[in-house]
Design a protein around this ligand. Structure first.
Ligand SMILES: [Zn+2]
Length: 390
């Protein structure tokens, strides 16, 4: 099946290219913010809706104004794409996936998207519009054979690193259907607990980096505002942030690939459900470990490989319910990691019991839907941490 897939690489632009990119990023940011202001004003002042088409016409006019000539120094394509990005941001907002779009800031990550009419692709070399030389790309993994990029996005992060994300159509073969199914519960003490009894991702993994980060942040705070040393200290903080983000992403990618490869059905609770548990530290833990990013990865990988991801989006007492007999506890505070069922006496690890319940509900939900053949799936409840009391 043909799928759009993005491949991301590190890029080392020449000083000349860096200058062109800085200019392009600046113009994209300007156009995005200008369009956001236009859209918001049109809506609140004139009760009008401006769409991509309208804004595109307004942008052409804008570029003709005398004091706006500098917008013509960069390729017009990324500017148009900035309007597309804004459209997408609004769509995400209207469909409840994101907050109302906000202005792009100079300090944050910068990016510019080029469609195929604004770059040349010749057997592994990529040259952007308004640039003379191809980009120096580190091909850390190969692009699919004969892949032709449909669009590319170049970005610069807060640690001053450049990346290129290349979108290509790719043929991904579905994996053979297997019997395994698994439930995953977001843990507090660990990243995720699986219904097989496995606990993955000790948060101490990031402990060392986090200590370094705290130290760098303290140093940064002590430097005089506006000084060169403060700038240097800021960059150091950004670099550590970037490294933590990289390691986290790497960890999530590996885990999501593994779960999808090893199971026909993966059941999780949606973030909306997770957030129903009103607790400051849990909310922090969720944002820290990137549950939503993880679920998104499971979703597209399931799609690629012909697997099913079941997101449970109705509240269900997954932690408080005994998987063995169905007894539901009146209460179970967050600090209780293990408990014994008063009804049947089984000893539970909190998160693994929850993962088993999530799997059971997920399979019920899935059997009602059409995503997967329910008969092809058997549950394999964990055994490692459960023992019957004498
Ligand atoms: Zn029980």
């Amino acid at each position: 099946m043909k799928q759009k897939r993005a491949f991301k690489y590190r890029v080392y632009p020449t000083p000349e290219q860096q200058q062109m990119l800085a200019q392009t990023f600046g113009c994209c940011r300007f156009v995005y913010n200008w369009a956001l202001r236009k859209k918001t004003d049109a809506y609140y002042k004139d009760h009008q809706r401006l769409y991509y088409k309208d804004l595109s016409i307004l942008l052409t006019d804008l570029k003709q104004q005398e004091d706006m000539h500098w917008l013509n120094a960069v390729s017009s394509v990324p500017l148009q794409q900035a309007l597309r990005h804004l459209d997408k941001a609004f769509l995400n907002f209207f469909e409840g996936r994101a907050k109302y779009p906000t202005f792009h800031k100079k300090r944050n990550q910068q990016s510019a998207t080029y469609t195929s009419n604004a770059f040349t692709w010749r057997t592994g070399t990529l040259t952007l519009a308004k640039m003379r030389e191809p980009l120096d790309i580190r091909w850390s993994r190969p692009l699919p054979k004969d892949a032709i990029p449909s669009s590319v996005t170049i970005s610069k992060d807060c640690a001053n690193r450049y990346f290129i994300s290349i979108l290509v159509e790719d043929d991904i073969a579905h994996l053979p259907v297997i019997e395994q199914a698994i439930g995953a519960d977001l843990g507090l003490k660990s990243f995720v607990a699986l219904s097989t009894g496995e606990i993955v991702g000790n948060p101490k993994f990031f402990h060392k980096d986090e200590k370094k980060l705290a130290k760098a942040q303290r140093r940064h705070a002590k430097k005089k505002k506006g000084s060169k040393n403060r700038d240097k200290a800021r960059l150091k903080v950004a670099r550590i942030h970037a490294r933590i983000a990289d390691r986290r992403r790497d960890f999530l990618q590996k885990l999501s690939t593994r779960l999808i490869r090893e199971n026909q059905v993966v059941c999780v609770e949606s973030l909306a459900v997770k957030n129903m548990v009103k607790n400051g530290s849990l909310a922090k833990a969720i944002s820290d470990v990137g549950w939503s990013e993880f679920v998104a990865q499971l979703e597209y990988k399931a799609d690629w490989y012909g697997r099913a991801l079941v997101k449970i989006d109705k509240w269900y007492p997954s932690s408080k319910r005994c998987f063995d007999c169905g007894h539901i506890l009146d209460s179970l505070t967050l600090d209780v990691r293990q408990w014994d069922c008063p009804e049947c006496g089984v000893h539970h690890d909190r998160d693994i019991n929850a993962a088993n319940n999530i799997l059971a509900v997920g399979l019920t939900v899935n059997a009602c839907g059409e995503a997967v053949r329910p008969g092809a799936v058997k549950t394999k409840p964990g055994t490692s941490r459960r023992s019957r009391k004498a």
